[in-house]
Design a protein around this ligand. Sequence first.
Ligand SMILES: C[S@@+](CC[C@H](N)C(=O)[O-])C[C@H]1O[C@@H](n2cnc3c(N)ncnc32)[C@H](O)[C@@H]1O
Length: 230
Amino acid sequence: MQLNKNKAKIGMMFDQIAGRYDFLNHFFTANLDKCWRRKIIRQIKYFNFPFDTVVDLASGTGDMMAELLKLGPEKAYSFDISEKMLDVQRVKIKDERLVIEVADSENMPVGDNSVDILTIGFGVRNFENLDKSLDEIRRVLKPKGILIVLEMFGMKKRNVLFEFYFTRIMPLFGKLISHSTYAYDYLHNSVMKFKTVDEFAALAVSRGFALRKKDNNFLKFVYSVYLQKS
Ligand SMILES: C[S@@+](CC[C@H](N)C(=O)[O-])C[C@H]1O[C@@H](n2cnc3c(N)ncnc32)[C@H](O)[C@@H]1O
């Protein structure tokens, strides 16, 4: 399968599955995705990272933002290129501190050096231009600001269990429930072809971040990566 990460195409794909996204996400991860997001909040508290202004990029239906709001930020922004994913978030989260807006990772409507924490849950793998996105994230973060990336990273070695689950189980249920023939084939391919966690961290370091921590959430392919603007 040819991977097309063109922003318009990716946005349309998520628009198409927005109504079923939450159900499928929790179903496919057996609700573990909720634990991974909560663990990030515990780490933010543990490291004592400031959280006055937070951004959740590629925010989708807002599960990460819902957790971030529990920290008690003064201002919060959810950005995504899919209007329909954000529409689901608008119904789920009502909070006067929160601005929900269509915006892409290469051009966020917030000022330089203005954000304490920026999270991205299962988003970076879909970015059309990762280098440009990292530069933009660096621009908006305050000095020493924190970027937290929760992602399914590529793997160096073949993993038979992973391949069976992603090529047989997920497309079957994904197509049945979301009615998208493309989205769940794309999911598998985008993970297979994505950088390993170490390659991703090295890229981030080359764009002006320091690696603070990488947390193996699941089978050494779902990680939370903590990076600090240096
Ligand atoms: C797999 S969903 C993740 C949603 C949510 N963060 C979560 O953890 O469930 C990926 C999201 O990334 C968004 N996205 C993809 N490329 C993007 C980009 N360049 N800028 C902003 N959002 C993007 C998609 O529209 C989609 O909502």
